[in-house]
Design a protein around this ligand. Structure first.
Ligand code: PLP
Length: 363
C-alpha cells in the first residue's frame, strides 16, 4: 500500500499542521489531568445502569428517540429554575452541544469572542465552523468584568461570546451579576460554559437564573465532571426554546444513542448519589490550594475541581518529574504554570509527596 501522510491529502488549509485536541494520557497510578470525578458509581447505581442498558438493547435495532424528550425532561428537572424540556438541548458532551451553537450562530463572516486564558476547545469550535476566532485577555487576576466584556463586544462585533465560568484552566469564577450586565448590553449570543458549576461554593448561584430575562443567553452544562459520568458522554445547554430549535436544525439525525439516553436517565434519577463526592472533592482542592501556597507557590484562587500552581522556570521538567513519580497533571495555562485536578484522599497525598520530591524538598 502507498504510504501517504495527511500532507499528501487535499486537507482544508486551516487544518494543515494541526493536532487533535487531547491531554497526553498515560496509564499511571495517579491521573489528575482531566478534571474528572474519580469516584465510581455505587454498586447499586451500577446495577441500575446495567439493567437500563440491557433493557435498551431490546430496541437497539431501531433508531433512538430523535429528540431525546424524556432525557431533556430529566435534565430540566435536575437544573430546576422552572425549566422544561423545550429549553434544554442535549448532545454527546457539552463540546458537541456548544459546537451546535456555533454551527447555528457562527459561520463565515462571523466571529466568536472569548477571554483568555481559557478552554482551548473554543478555538476549535470556531475553526470547525469557519467562524473567525477573536480573543481579549482577562484581567491580571483572570476575572472578566462587565466593562471589559462590553468594550470587547463593541470593538469586535462577535455573533457569539463564550465565557467559561468557572474558567478552565484558571478556576476563576465571575459573579452572575456580571453576566447579567453583559447580556443586557450586547446583541450577541452569550454562552456561559458552567462545566464546573457544581463544584463552586454556591452551585445554585448560576446564570440559569438569568434565562427568563435574556433570550440570547445560553448556559452550557455537562455530566462529565461533577456528575462522574465522563465516559457516558452527555452534555447539555439551557436556553430559550428558539435557540434549542436552532440547535435541532444543525444536529445530526439520531445523534444521542439509545444507550446514552438510557444511562444518562438512570444517572439523573440518582443525581444525589452521583454528586455525593462533590463536597469532598471541593474540600480536597481548597485545601490543596492552601498547601501549595504554604509551599511558596502561586495559586490563582479556583472555584472548580482543579487549580493552577507555579510559576516554574521549566514547567515541563516539573510535569515530567511528577510523571516519573506516577502522577499525571496537565501542562496548560499561563507560562510556567501546571494544572492539577482534585482526586481521592490517596491521590492528593501522592501528589503532595511527588511534588515535594520533584522540588527537592522531600524527606
Ligand atoms: C470538561 C469541559 C467541558 C465538558 O466537556 P464534555 O464534552 O461535556 O465532556 C466543557 N467546558 C469546559 C471548560 C471543560 O473543561
Amino acid at each position: 500500500m502507498n504510504e501517504i501522510t495527511v500532507l499528501d491529502l487535499p486537507l482544508r488549509e486551516e487544518l494543515v499542521g494541526q493536532q487533535p485536541y487531547g491531554a497526553p494520557q498515560f496509564d499511571v497510578p495517579v491521573r489528575l489531568n482531566t478534571n474528572e470525578n474519580p469516584y465510581p458509581p455505587s454498586s447499586k447505581v451500577r446495577a441500575q445502569l446495567s439493567d437500563a442498558v440491557a433493557d435498551a438493547i431490546r430496541t437497539i435495532g431501531r433508531y433512538p428517540e430523535r429528540d431525546a424528550v424524556e432525557l431533556r425532561t430529566a435534565l430540566a428537572g435536575y437544573l430546576g429554575f422552572g425549566l422544561t424540556y423545550e429549553s434544554i438541548w442535549a448532545a454527546n458532551g457539552s463540546n458537541e452541544a456548544m459546537t451546535h451553537v456555533l454551527q447555528a450562530f457562527g459561520g463565515p463572516g462571523r466571529r466568536l469572542l472569548t477571554f483568555t486564558p481559557t478552554y482551548s476547545m473554543y478555538a476549535e469550535y470556531a475553526r470547525n465552523t469557519h467562524t473567525e476566532f477573536v480573543t481579549v485577555p482577562r484581567a491580571s487576576d483572570f476575572t472578566v468584568d462587565a466593562a471589559l466584556a462590553i468594550d470587547a463586544v463593541r470593538r469586535l462585533n462577535p455573533s457569539v461570546v463564550v465565557i467559561a465560568n468557572p474558567n478552565n484552566p484558571t478556576g476563576t469564577l465571575i459573579p452572575v451579576a456580571v453576566i447579567d450586565q453583559i447580556c443586557a448590553a450586547v446583541d450577541a449570543i452569550v454562552m456561559v460554559d458552567e462545566a464546573y458549576q457544581e463544584f463552586t461554593a454556591y452551585p445554585d448561584d448560576s446564570a440559569l437564573a438569568l434565562l427568563a430575562k435574556h433570550p440570547r443567553l445560553v448556559v452550557a452544562r455537562t455530566m462529565s465532571k461533577a456528575f462522574a459520568f465522563a465516559g457516558g458522554r452527555l452534555g447539555y445547554l439551557a436556553a430559550a426554546p428558539a435557540i434549542v430549535d436552532a440547535c435541532r436544525i444543525v444536529r445530526l439525525p439520531y445523534h444521542l444513542s439509545t444507550q446514552t439516553q438510557a444511562l444518562a436517565q438512570v444517572a439523573l434519577a440518582n443525581s444525589d448519589q452521583m454528586l455525593a463526592q462533590v463536597v469532598r472533592l471541593r474540600a480536597a482542592i481548597q485545601s490543596l490550594q492552601s498547601w501549595l501556597r504554604s509551599e511558596g507557590l502561586d495559586v490563582p484562587h479556583s472555584e472548580a475541581n482543579f487549580c493552577l500552581f507555579g510559576p516554574f522556570d521549566d514547567r515541563h521538567a516539573v510535569w515530567e518529574g511528577l510523571l516519573e513519580h506516577g502522577v499525571l497533571v496537565r501542562e496548560v495555562g499561563p507560562a510556567g504554570y501546571l494544572r492539577v485536578s482534585a482526586g481521592t484522599v490517596a491521590e492528593m497525598s501522592a501528589f503532595r509527596v511527588a511534588l515535594l520530591a520533584v522540588l527537592g524538598r522531600g524527606e
